[in-house]
Ligand binder design. Structure first.
Ligand SMILES: [Zn+2]
Length: 302
């Protein structure tokens, strides 16, 4: 029997070394075209008060210290979990101090690391009812615009136990009150989170904003479902209307988070780190994307 050396090397690499445990399934890397670029490590940085960015270059995660335990919003990819864990520890916290892990939307690039970080921390996990169903399944919701990519492509490590929060529900821990805003559109079951952060007398409204992009698998048409389009528009109106001094989007790029942080750290006024237009601007970005998408569909009827 002929075995190529590449295959043999792969087989040897897959086998755990004697005495060394295999990688837990919840840390098995997910492969996608942008995954390596998204997962580049990034040092954590302060947002305001006791809130920090602890995500990677392309996938946001935010840590908030309530004074009585930590809350983590989003966990990126499975392979991002060790990076997020290291960022939390580098801020001087213990992983076991994470009491809650929350999610923006149940796609592998924001929810993929939740199972691993839940296992490492013992935290509880919470999101919308639809989001919770998807997290337990370890896959996108059945009516997700991206479902056509297939169950394999959308799969991520499932989370066994997930609490369901009602739209507008507040989650309180220590001196922190986080409000969940259901933001279906990019994904059914998506959630945006808001909280008030105080640094002495300087208080700011921070928002962890769910994705607002109309992205789908090939063949899906938003315009086939008027109710879905109306729901998406209502979500965008809702995001625009939030009390918001800083929007941190689930992918940091659209809210220019790193650019704002670099300007702040360099003592520059522009782009302002805190900007009460940031949620409105982010909603406009989503609205433009949706309008363009609908125009493309109208120009190409099937
Ligand atoms: Zn997504």
């Amino acid at each position: 029997m002929l075995i190529t050396s590449a295959l043999l090397t792969a087989a040897l690499a897959a086998a755990p070394a004697p005495g060394k445990a295999a990688t837990p399934a919840d840390l098995t890397p997910i492969e996608c075209s942008a995954c390596a670029e998204w997962n580049v490590a990034r040092a954590p940085f302060a947002l305001h008060g006791k809130s920090w960015y602890v995500g990677t270059e392309g996938l946001s995660a935010v840590l908030i210290d309530s004074g009585d335990g930590l809350v983590l919003i989003d966990a990126a990819l499975p392979q991002s979990a060790p990076r997020i864990a290291a960022n939390i520890e580098s801020l001087g916290f213990r992983l076991t101090d994470v009491k809650w892990i929350l999610n923006s939307h149940p796609h592998y690039d924001h929810a993929g690391g939740i199972a691993a970080l839940q296992r490492m921390s013992g935290a509880k996990v919470a999101t919308t009812a639809r989001g919770a169903q998807a997290l337990r399944l370890g896959n996108a919701p059945h009516d997700d615009p991206q479902v056509g990519f297939g169950p394999q492509a959308n799969a991520f490590p499932p989370v066994a136990v997930v609490d369901e929060l009602a739209d507008g529900a507040a989650l309180t821990l220590g001196d922190l009150t986080l409000v969940m805003h259901a933001t279906p559109g990019h994904t059914p079951g998506g959630a945006t989170w808001s909280w008030r952060s105080c640094e002495g007398k300087d208080c700011r409204n921070l928002v962890y904003a769910d994705s607002v992009t109309a992205v789908s698998a090939p063949g899906f048409r938003y315009s086939d479902d008027a109710a879905r389009v109306a729901e998406f528009r209502a979500t965008l109106d809702r995001v625009a209307a939030l009390d918001c001094d800083l929007a941190v989007s689930a992918h940091p790029g659209p809210t220019r988070l790193f650019e704002r942080a670099a300007a702040r750290d360099a003592g520059k006024a522009e782009p302002a780190f805190f900007d009460d237009q940031s949620c409105r601007d982010y909603a406009s970005f989503g609205r433009d994307w949706l309008d363009k998408r609908l125009a493309e569909e109208a120009a190409k009827p099937d």
